[in-house]
Design a protein around this ligand. Structure first.
Ligand code: SF4
Length: 376
């Protein structure tokens, strides 16, 4: 292996054994494809010149039912969250993913960054399985107590792994913040000027976790979208909803809600993934990120949005077999607003029972609005 080639291709590469062993396996060593299980400091991956890939987005935007089935055929239990099974299949299928995958030139994944604390209770075991199968794994953790020194340390470790300086991370953060400012505008066009649909808000915000692996392209497409949407007449949905919990696995979820005369004007976790904080410091940004820490930071954020966005009710979405189902207890205790818990399992369309529950919930909100029982 001629490492001089790597140094010419990527001046950030130093003598890092993890990266070196990966590079030696690739015909075209640069950039690496870095998969991750939930939001991580993507600035570092871009600063190193690599391609970040949110595995959740690859899973859900492709043949997700088949990917879940394939994981079950590999031995994954039926009573395990479909997102975990889907991510496993995405990783284990690489680099032989079928045509039609989200990335035009899918070349597989070189490294997986697994968030082993602050996201999913299953990730650690998933990483062990993948490691055993010979995948390169890098762990990343968000401390439950939101300790800034620990967050700083995790970010510094990731920078060291990819041989990126803090200055390089910050330069990339400033570039990405330009895109984030446009996403803030898109979000305002959702709840202030009412020109963006529930699904459009969801998809733009959720895909900003990796900017679809190419932030320049994402930024250009976002410009075009905002330009087109700014010429729309405002939507006139009667009921304004908040959506909390994990992003839905149900493909027609948002369109069904809109068919019923409501619109989601706040996608809580997706907005968190978009990092609207525009902080001067990378550590502060990931410290403000509410999703991986205690539920109480999320509740403050949701409460603020309910007031600011004049939200009439909350749809709380969780996955079957997910520990986050317990969050509903705290939401119901601390949010004084109608809340409906929706549970999804396998990818696909909403079942009739869930449709009925959503319809009944929205009828109840309509009644309470007419009777002035909702104070917004
Ligand atoms: S929905 Fe819950 S169980 Fe599934 S991946 Fe997310 S955190 Fe884990």
């Amino acid at each position: 292996m001629n490492h001089d080639i790597l140094k010419v291709s990527n001046p950030n590469i130093k003598e890092n054994p993890t990266l070196k062993s990966v590079y030696t396996k690739r015909a075209f060593p640069y950039p690496l494809h870095i998969g991750f299980t939930t939001s991580i400091p993507v600035e570092i991956i871009y600063a190193a010149g690599h391609k970040p890939i949110d595995l959740n987005n690859v899973f859900i935007l492709n043949d997700s039912q088949r990917l879940v089935r394939e994981a079950e055929l590999s031995g994954f239990p039926r009573n395990l969250c479909s997102w975990i099974k889907g991510m496993y299949s995405v990783i284990s299928k690489a680099p032989t993913a079928p045509a039609g995958f989200r990335f035009d030139s899918w070349e597989g994944l070189d490294i997986i960054i697994g968030v082993v604390q602050g996201d999913c209770s299953n990730t650690q075991s998933l990483m062990d399985i993948l490691k055993d199968e010979g995948k390169k794994i890098i762990p990343f953790s968000y401390p439950y107590d939101r300790n800034k020194d620990v967050i700083e340390n995790e970010i510094a470790k990731l920078e060291a792994t990819f041989s990126v300086s803090r200055e390089q991370t910050m330069t990339m953060k400033r570039r990405l913040d330009v895109i984030r400012k446009k996403l803030i505008l898109l979000d305002e066009m959702t709840w202030k000027t009412n020109q963006i649909t529930s699904f459009e808000n969801h998809i733009w915000l959720v895909t900003s976790s990796d900017f679809n692996g190419d932030y320049n392209k994402y930024s250009n497409e976002l410009n075009i979208f905002i330009e087109e949407a700014s010429n729309r007449k405002p939507f006139k949905n009667n009921i304004r909803l908040g959506f909390v919990g994990v992003p839905p696995i149900l493909e027609d979820f948002y369109s069904f809600v809109e068919q019923c005369g409501a619109r989601v004007v706040f996608n809580e976790v997706q907005k968190q993934f978009s990092m609207f904080y525009l902080e001067d410091d990378i550590v502060n940004q990931y410290h403000k990120f509410t999703y991986p820490y205690s539920i109480f930071n999320r509740i403050d954020d949701i409460r603020h949005a309910i007031k600011e966005r004049h939200i009439h009710g909350i749809l709380c979405y969780t996955q079957s077999f997910c520990h986050r189902q317990l969050d509903i207890l705290s939401f119901k205790k601390h949010l004084e607003i109608p809340i409906l818990l929706i549970e999804g399992d396998i990818p696909g369309k909403i079942d009739e029972r869930t449709k009925l529950r959503i319809e009944s919930f929205l009828e109840m909100i309509c009644y309470e609005k007419e009777e002035n029982l909702i104070n917004v």
